[in-house]
Design a binder for this molecule. Structure first.
Ligand code: FO1
Length: 332
């Protein structure tokens, strides 16, 4: 069975680990968000690709959900001793090696997709990791920013990481933009994987800055809408709150209520109420998994199924992935 999953950071990675566990024979392709990527100290950091790679490869910090297990931050301390920041970004020593190898290969002219394949040779994640694009598309957030580091206060575009980490997504986001997404193209293999998939899954990643950013790459949304495979999504919102992270701050920026039902409607139905691909429906979903606490949620044109969506451990992630596949099979 060929499965394609669009994935962001921690939630997406945990879901993928469950998927690999529950369907070991499946050929899984993860199309991963790269809008969070940032260049620091001349090095290219790809948080979502690394979070998925480390989580599936067994190197993730279980306690943080990002970065490496057994990590140290000596280089970061030494940089601080030179007065070189950003102090707010947790640059780990083991993680640094990944950024050094990635940057070396990018500088040698390899596209990010080939760099990712090379890094995965070491980590053996057991799924194919594809960046959403090989082009540089960074998520920036327009907000009223307080004065800092000698820069005056005012409305500015912050890199997503600064908004997310330094300000904890607490600055109301006026706009969240994938810079130059409109000029980018999907990475090699992305559109083919979606077209050939037997099942397409939208894991419980951030619907705006992870899934939304992937969908902003020209061609990907269209590929999902015309895929022969059923498209099944999993709500990242349970009982009116995000399970982790700060998706609520992102949803506010795009005017979507923080509820499983609202996010399902935000993704929309792929087929009209009459079950055809009528123009009345311009969305992505055939089915939408919501938590038992959100039972009764409705998304016109979409089959809503309530399951336990929490993934505190691998068995629960496997059970959730299995439930999503079961719903997909019933739709095929
Ligand atoms: N998240 C934080 O909250 N604080 C950090 O210092 C931090 C550092 C970091 C370093 C490497 C990496 O791959 C991820 C890191 N993250 C950190 C997580 C990251 O900001 C988010 O996971 C994604 O960008 C959003 O999914």
């Amino acid at each position: 069975m060929r499965i394609v999953a669009l994935a962001g950071g921690i939630g997406g990675a945990r879901f993928l680990r469950g998927l690999r566990q529950v369907e070991p024979g499946a050929e899984v392709t993860a199309v991963v968000n790269t809008g969070d990527d940032i260049t620091l100290h001349g090095l290219r950091v790809c948080p979502d690709l690394d979070t998925v790679m480390y989580t599936l490869g067994g190197g993730i910090s279980a306690e943080r959900g990002w970065g490496r297990e057994d990590e140290t931050f000596v280089v970061k301390e030494e940089l601080a001793a030179y007065g070189v920041g950003p102090a707010w970004f947790g640059l780990g020593d083991r993680d640094l090696a990944t950024h050094l190898v990635r940057t070396q290969m990018l500088d040698a002219g390899y596209p990010l997709s080939q760099v990712t394949t090379a890094l995965c040779d070491r980590w053996q994640p057991g799924v194919r990791l594809l960046p959403m694009t090989d082009d540089r598309v960074e998520t920036h957030v327009v907000a009223d920013v307080p004065a800092r580091d000698g820069r005056p206060a005012g409305r500015q575009a912050l890199h997503f990481q600064e908004w997310w980490i330094r300000y904890g997504a607490k600055l109301p986001a006026e706009r969240i933009v994938g810079v130059e997404a409109e000029k980018s193209t999907p990475a090699p293999g992305v559109l083919e994987a979606i077209a050939e998939a037997d099942v397409v899954l939208l894991p419980p990643s951030n619907p705006v800055v992870s899934i939304g950013t992937i969908l902003a790459i020209p061609g990907i949304r269209e590929a999902l809408r015309s895929a022969r495979a059923p498209v099944v999504g999993v709500s990242p919102i349970i009982g009116g709150a995000p399970v982790r992270g700060m998706a609520d701050a992102c949803l506010a920026a795009v005017g979507v209520e923080v509820s499983a039902e609202a996010v399902g409607r935000h993704y929309g139905a792929r087929r009209g109420p009459d079950g055809t691909g009528s123009e009345a429906a311009d969305g992505l979903l055939d089915a939408w998994l919501v938590d038992c606490r959100d039972e009764g949620a409705t998304v016109p044109g979409v089959e809503v199924v309530s399951r336990d969506l929490l993934m505190p451990d691998l068995p629960s992630a496997a059970a959730l992935a299995g439930a999503a596949l079961e719903v997909a099979r019933a739709l095929r």
